[in-house]
Design a protein around this ligand. Structure first.
Ligand code: BEZ
Ligand code: FE
Length: 291
């Protein structure tokens, strides 16, 4: 069955899978579905050859932008909601465990290790609002987990992450904290402001093609990890931020939204933000995966 027409082309390509080399069941599953959906898409929109070539050259431009500081394909996947969907498939919400969301492109390894309650602020801005962030990291049974490592990072009050801004000190607004013996964490940072994702080059072309905007609501990023628990990559969102209901990368989850409250004198900041996290036991993850 090698002679093709519009009606049999999908079946012909699928039938070729594994004919001239061993493939795993997973490879077969992925390629079968990919071929079906790609062919379905081409037929659905009656894709013309000029449009096909345009797409190929667009992907070529995107590939050329990738280096150790910029992963354009993740950004493109974010703009069409693919990364957040993959994350939801990879980390399904299980019971009362905290929801994850996208990592984003601005994480830096090895942030400064700071004591509980310390500040990540290295440069001040006129429009900044300082905030005391605190809460508990617990297991699914409600026990506080001591010794949990928490990396946090956010944009500055000018809307730019430190590593993209030559006017900010290295690792400004980034830190690594640890929960105390009760599973409690605390640190001082600023209230995150909304910012646009990179909208130059191919990410911008895609946003304009979609008639969408580049803006994200104010958020603080977290990676929360301890041996024996599934690492949690997540963000918390400012309930009063613009773009909360219209995030350019569709990463906002209801359970991750919280309110900045006026701080008490003991906090030494303008605002107070309280959020608890629940980590999933690694053993529970493995037993669900094995079912
Ligand atoms: C971020 O939150 O840092 C981000 C996430 C996805 C795309 C771009 C930025
Ligand atoms: Fe971000």
């Amino acid at each position: 069955m090698g002679i093709v027409n519009q009606d049999n082309i999908t079946d012909v390509v699928i039938a070729s899978l594994g004919k001239h080399g061993d493939i795993t069941d997973r490879q077969r599953e992925i390629m079968t579905s990919l071929i079906k959906h790609m062919h379905g898409f081409v037929k659905d929109v009656k894709l013309q050859h000029s449009e096909f070539l345009e797409a190929c050259f667009y992907l070529e431009r995107a590939g050329k932008l990738c280096n150790e500081n910029r992963q354009e394909f993740i950004l493109l996947a974010d703009i069409i909601g693919v990364e957040v969907l993959v994350d939801m498939m990879t980390n399904p919400v299980d019971g009362n465990t905290s929801e994850s969301t996208v990592l984003g492109p601005f994480y830096r390894e090895n942030p400064p290790v700071l004591p509980k309650g310390a500040s990540t602020i290295q440069k001040h801005y006129e429009n900044e609002e300082t905030a005391y962030y605190e809460g508990y990291v617990r297991d699914a049974q409600g026990n506080g987990i001591p010794g949990v490592i928490m990396d946090v990072w956010e944009d500055a009050p000018n809307g730019i992450y430190e590593n993209l801004d030559p006017d900010q000190p290295e690792y400004n607004l980034r830190g690594r904290f640890e929960t105390d013996e009760n599973g409690h964490y605390a640190f001082i940072a600023v209230r995150p402001v909304p910012y646009p994702i990179p909208e130059d080059e191919t990410a911008g072309e895609l946003l304009r093609f979609m008639g969408h905007h580049p803006n994200r609501p104010g958020h603080m990023h977290f990676i929360i990890s301890k041996d024996g628990y599934r690492p949690l990559i997540t963000q918390i969102y400012d309930a009063d931020s613009e773009w909360l209901e219209n995030d350019s990368v569709f990463a906002v989850k209801e359970s991750l939204i919280g309110k900045f409250m006026p701080a008490n004198a003991e906090h030494g900041t303008d605002l107070h933000f309280q959020h608890n996290f629940v980590l999933q036991d690694e053993a529970a993850v493995s037993s669900v995966a094995a079912e």
